[in-house]
Ligand binder design. Structure first.
Ligand code: SAH
Length: 340
């Protein structure tokens, strides 16, 4: 997609003209990935984290949260629910928790693949190539790792180096692709200091990386983080609901076949209809939360996260109702990217 057009749309404020962008994105969505909305059951398996990311509430230095790590049995109970609810995929997400060993994840993945027909997505942060390889061999299908922003200076600022460890998420995304994973990435919208040009670069980068899955959501300030206390810069990208829809729509047009979720961060800004509007403006995936209620509030990457008190069953029924209310269907099968 032409860069000037991307920038013009990102800056467009006229509601009438934006209707044209929504219409285009929804048309591409319908033609390329159809009406099915795929459900991915999300299990937040640990909130331990060794990283210091400036935006994230579960960063290592936050001593206000109680840490937890789920047992294999607890995870398998969530997986059982995913099967019962008819989901095609289970997503295991955590902080960068080095208390989680490669062998343990390998065992969990292998058990899920043996006992269920589910696709397994991992989102465990920046792990070593050997580990990624072992998990892929155990049967993991997909991996999610957002690059957060393509502005290198901004990226470096909000991801302090750990001793001896340079963070290069693009390199990891390439490795994941070579290992045969379906690869997902994405960015936050409205990070303090993020410019419109940066966001246009992000969308061009999605295209260049030929991603299978692309998740974008608004940056939500968390008071117990360095970035949560920073003021927005004059003229920067706002972290609003509207800006998120623009990025979802432009992403759909730039990457027609990608799986694009209507994210929880978006639902957090508009509980009443954020999910639906995302789905009507380019998205085709939702990620109902399967994390046991007793752990959910502890996985607070940002405050007031949507769906924090609902049980898995309630989350499931709510998502289904929302999908049907906008005339779409609940996806069946694994819901991988079309050419896979
Ligand atoms: N440890 C894993 C999972 C992180 S949580 C990893 O690093 O990949 C998943 C995503 O939540 C992050 O990639 C980030 O884009 C998003 N996130 C974290 N903090 C946020 C905040 N304050 N506002 C909005 N999104 C946030």
């Amino acid at each position: 997609m032409d860069r000037h057009r991307i920038l013009d749309w990102l800056k467009e404020e006229d509601g009438g003209r934006l209707e044209e962008l929504w219409r285009q994105a929804d048309g591409v969505r319908k033609e390329k990935v159809g009406d099915a909305v795929h459900l991915r059951g999300l299990v937040e398996i640990s909130n331990y984290c060794s990283r210091l990311c400036w935006y994230c509430g579960i960063r290592a230095e936050n001593q206000k949260i109680e840490r937890y790590r789920m047992t294999k049995d607890e995870i398998m109970e969530c997986v059982r629910q995913a099967v019962e609810f008819g989901y095609g995929t289970v997503v295991l997400q955590s902080g960068e928790d080095w208390g989680i060993t490669a062998q343990w994840i390998e065992d969990v993945v292998r058990t899920i693949k043996e006992k269920t027909p589910l696709a397994v997505t991992l989102s465990l942060g920046e792990r070593d190539e050997e580990e990624l390889k072992a998990w892929r061999a155990a049967g993991a299908d997909r991996y999610l790792l957002r690059f957060e922003t393509s502005n290198r200076a901004l990226y470096e600022k909000i991801h302090p180096h750990l001793a001896g460890k340079v963070s290069d998420r693009f390199a990891i995304l390439r490795k994941l692709k070579n290992l045969g994973y379906e690869v997902g990435s994405g960015v936050m919208i409205g990070i303090p200091g993020q410019r419109y040009e940066d966001l246009a670069d992000d969308i061009e980068m999605f295209e260049k990386l030929d991603l299978d899955m692309i998740g974008v959501g608004p940056f939500i300030a968390h008071p117990d983080t360095p970035l949560g206390r920073e003021k927005p810069v004059e003229g920067q990208v706002p972290n609003t609901e509207l800006m998120t829809y623009k990025v979802v729509a432009l992403t759909r047009i730039a990457c027609p076949q990608a799986n694009i979720p209507s994210t929880t961060a978006l639902a957090t800004l508009n509980l009443a209809e954020g999910r639906e509007l995302g789905l009507c403006r380019g998205a085709n995936v939702v990620m109902p939360n399967l994390t046991p209620v007793k752990y959910r509030s502890k996985y607070e990457i940002y405050p007031a996260k949507a769906c924090i008190r609902e049980t898995a069953k309630e989350c499931h029924n709510c998502m289904k109702r929302r999908i049907i209310s906008i005339g779409r269907t609940v996806g069946t099968g694994l819901g991988g990217r079309k050419h896979f």
